[in-house]
Design a protein around this ligand. Structure first.
Ligand code: 2NL
Length: 341
């Protein structure tokens, strides 16, 4: 029976050698030390021994049991250590690996130009006014002295929403200013940038959606001199103090008198080049003194107040500014193009 104990001890130690994880260690424990394990089985047969040999045998069996228990503990500790080692190795962070550079975006060229223009006007005390893109014909046409039957009101020129000809996509941002005039006692100093819509075929200079910015000043004693001074300040801030401007007579239904402003070409500075098509001048905006009928229609007494207004195409400004020759490039959002600004 002593031999049996020794065999158990050897088998147990050999099994422990082979155990590669905690689960197999537990199998060893059950097989040798468990209630139905091999040591228990041997102890059950102890009754066959002469009484005087039993204590020594019991002691020997307990020693084997303790030895196996200890070895299992040691093996478990070893396995835990190995497991931790593996985790530490597999989860190592190599802090010397170069970082991935983040890709920075930037404002769209149109937004940059708009921001510059806004800054100039905000610096002169203007505030920014916004309004709906789906407008009432009342605000976009009637109040602006554009009578029924005028060509811009036609279905071929303007995007109506339904059969109802009282509602359409605005074709200018003037209705924003009408809404402000209606609610405000002068002085008024606002700019209104935003999207506008006209039924134009797409080409290098036309798009059914484009960006406009209008401006409006109404107060006592406002004159054409204020108009010229304000718009000259814009040009000088944007393109430099040396550029001259010129104002040519024009016609708009909502202003009287009306004019268009040209600026000396900011590429060749008046010499004539590709951008100004050899002219030396570039047309940049339309403007005029607010028509008395428009003031009156918005509840402002034209006998007391006067005002000037202007409108400029932001897309065209952007194209001129960055020497872009096709409007469509601004709207296609091809990163190879956008990334250049
Ligand atoms: C152009 C011309 C212009 C206005 C817009 C305006 C607005 C009100 C009253 C009077 Cl509420 N006028 N706006 C005036 C003159 C010209 O735009 O060529 N835009 C691209």
């Amino acid at each position: 029976m002593k031999e049996q104990l020794l065999a158990i001890q050897q088998n147990a130690l050999a099994a422990l050698e082979r155990a590669e994880d905690l689960a197999s260690l537990d199998e060893v424990r059950v097989r040798f030390l468990g209630k139905k394990g091999e040591i228990t089985a041997v102890l059950r047969t102890m009754g066959q021994l002469p009484a005087e040999e039993r204590p020594a045998f019991g002691q020997a069996a307990n020693q084997v049991r303790s030895l196996i228990e200890e070895k299992i503990k040691a093996a478990a500790a070893g396995l835990e250590k190995k497991k931790l080692q593996k985790r530490l190795e597999s989860e190592t962070i190599d802090v010397t690996v170069p970082g991935r550079a983040p890709e920075f975006g930037h404002a769209h060229p149109l937004t940059k130009v708009l921001d510059e223009v806004k800054d100039v006007f905000v610096g002169m005390g203007f505030t920014i006014a916004e309004g709906p893109e789906v407008e009432l014909s009342e605000y976009d046409f009637t109040r602006l002295n554009i009578p029924e039957g005028h060509t811009v009101r036609e279905w071929t020129d303007t995007f109506y929403i339904t059969e109802d000809e009282r509602v359409h996509l605005r074709c200018q941002t003037s209705p924003v200013q009408v809404r402000v005039m209606e609610k405000t006692t002068p002085p008024i100093r606002i700019i209104s940038p935003g999207r506008v819509y006209r039924k134009d075929e797409v080409d290098a200079t036309h798009s059914p959606m484009f960006h406009q910015m209008e401006g409006l000043v109404v107060d006592k004693g406002i004159t054409m001199g204020d108009l010229k001074g304000t718009l000259n300040a814009l040009v000088h801030k944007l393109y430099g103090d040396d550029l001259k401007t010129r104002f040519r007579p024009h016609h708009f239904p909502f202003t009287e008198p009306s004019c268009e402003m040209d600026v000396q070409c900011f590429v060749c500075r008046g010499q004539g080049c590709r951008v100004c098509k050899g002219e030396g001048w570039v047309e940049v905006l339309g403007a005029g003194m607010v028509h008395p009928k428009v003031l009156a229609g918005c509840g402002i007494d034209p006998e007391v107040y006067s005002g000037f207004a202007f409108g400029l195409g932001l897309d065209r400004m952007t194209m001129l500014r960055y020497n872009i020759n096709d409007l469509r490039l601004l709207f296609e959002n091809d990163l190879r193009f956008i990334g250049q600004f």
